[in-house]
Design a protein around this ligand. Sequence first.
Ligand code: NAG
Length: 209
Amino acid sequence: MEAPLIKAWLWRLILVFLSVLLLSVVEVKSNTDIDALMTLKNAMTDPNGCMNDWDPSFVDPCTWLRITCNSDNRVVRVDVPGCGLSGQLPPGLAGLDQLQYLNLYDNKIGGMIPTVYGHGFQSLKSLDLSSNSLESIIPASLSKLPKIEFIHLEHNQLDGYIPRDLGLIPTIRVLNISYNKLCGDVPPEIARIPGADWSNNPGIGKPCQ
Ligand SMILES: *[C@@H]1O[C@H](CO)[C@@H](O)[C@H](O)[C@H]1NC(C)=O
């Protein structure tokens, strides 16, 4: 082959290589909010089909029912209350780093609140997991949520001590942990939260077993 021909082939080869590279980058750059929401959908039994239109082949989840986005097409609200959802909260949901409101109250969600929720939800203002079947301790990591104002965990089966650090969150306004199985003394930092409610925990004021 003559030199110009080899050169042309080389260019073609480079072009093919570059397009393959570009395609794979586009492929990898899938929507992270969709990935996070699919972990929720996949973790839940959804008897009323509340998440039926959550379809991962969409470009973004902003047209899905019960999802609200901001002007950058990032998810800021997830509202799936009263749907009879059962299952356990997936750690991957914390990938929603622009989420401000997580409303999953009035379901049958069991298991633990994932520790990673305190580290992932960097924009969360309101966490409402009330009236479910959540067990185990309240993770102290929730005190790392930099913008949280409302934490609703009332009417669950949470046990153990109330994490003192929740009272140290500068933005916290409401911490409702009533109707659980918490025990031990109420730390003064918690008592100072304006909307703190730890009523109806028979073990409070007694040492945890
Ligand atoms: C906490 O939740 C309980 C049970 O739903 C409710 O009765 C109470 O008013 C709430 N407390 C606060 C401070 O919002």
